[in-house]
Design a binder for this molecule. Sequence first.
Ligand code: DAH
Length: 378
Amino acid sequence: MTPEIPHLPSYEDPALDAAFEALHGEVATRSARITTLEERETFRLDWLGRKQGRLKLIGDAWLKAAPAEARRALGLRFNQLKQAVDAALERKVPDGSASRSVASAVPKASLDLSLPGLVRRPGTPHPLLETMHAMVKVFGDLGYSVNLGPQVETDFYNFEALNFPPNHPARDTQDTLLLANQSGKAARDRLLMRTHTSPVQIRTMVANDPPLRIVIPGKVHRNDAADATHSPIFHQIEGLAVGPEITFSDLKGTLDHAMKAMFGADVRTRFFPSFFPFTEPSADVQISCIFCGGAGCRKCKHSGWIELLGCGMVDPAVFAAVTDERRRQGRDPEVYDPRRVSGFAFGMGVERIAMIRHGVADIGQFYSGDLRFLEQFG
Ligand code: DAH
């Protein structure tokens, strides 16, 4: 609908006054009827619409055709009319209840375009993931591949193939969450929540021929009570290297490099005799305390050393289990003959490393979902 504009008989002052008086009258009566945002918008378009608004039509019809001497008088009145329309719009800012359109409910004067916009900041990696990625990268740079495995695992992969025989007391070190209704199955097929990432060593060797170098990050589960340093679900990174002539010196050199890459070139490592069923010999690795440099402080319990991971040379019994399983699956069983290959393995807790790296005192913070904690790692 094209709004009509009054007829202008001449550009003499009385004619202009009469025409603009009629227009002002219309602005007044029409704006008085506005009660909703929609009506206000119709009014605005009616007068200020860029194509069909009355002011535009008046400009086209009257201003353009005006003789030079009438321009000033006409322009003045035109501006007054525009101000009257603007003022009417200002007055008719509904309280918002009449409309869903918030944008047009904002009075012009309060729209401050110099204010910064609403910025959606990118998220930050969780400190546990960030630590896993950093560690995986250290080994990736050494030529290691990455593998993952299932969290619901069989007894065979989690224990038996790793040289934990059924009922062996070594199983007690890993309080295991068993799945229900497994008693009808053969012992090796019973399902449980994996207690460590070591079963993926077996899966990797069963599926791949040597030589291989692999790191395995992932979630593990134990029936442990939560406290400041324990959680029933936590994360580990496992490593495995198998090849024709891999020695304990390779293990020491690799882990020494990895600890320096992770914690700084000044860090020293030492290897303590230990026991794991699937490695022989086995060792615990300690690094010189990153807080006191080895002098002794509260963090390292005044020993100068922090224990960080377990490791060792792959036990021949593990190669034997892999060989059996490969035979069962119809794969070349000879390639993991301990007379032909040797290997080393290591495993570390991600939470512990992240706590040391970031000075976190309570493991529970990692799982709290508290943004105030998490945003510190951005
Ligand atoms: N799986 C062991 C644990 O969870 C950690 C470990 C120790 C892994 C020595 C290894 C290793 O690969 O060689 O307690």
